[in-house]
Design a protein. Structure first.
Length: 41
């Protein structure tokens, strides 16, 4: 466990790769926009 271990965060940083232990960027869930009120004719 350490810099040579690819399964750890430190190992991924040393190796320069991204994966499950070290996500490349924060994934945000898509939030649906609020529905506009329907205009009555």
């Amino acid at each position: 466990m350490g810099r040579g271990d690819i399964k750890t965060k430190k190992g991924k940083i040393t190796k320069g790769s991204f994966g499950k232990s070290r996500p490349s960027k924060v994934v945000k869930k898509n939030v649906a926009p609020k529905a506009a009120p329907a205009k009555e004719a």
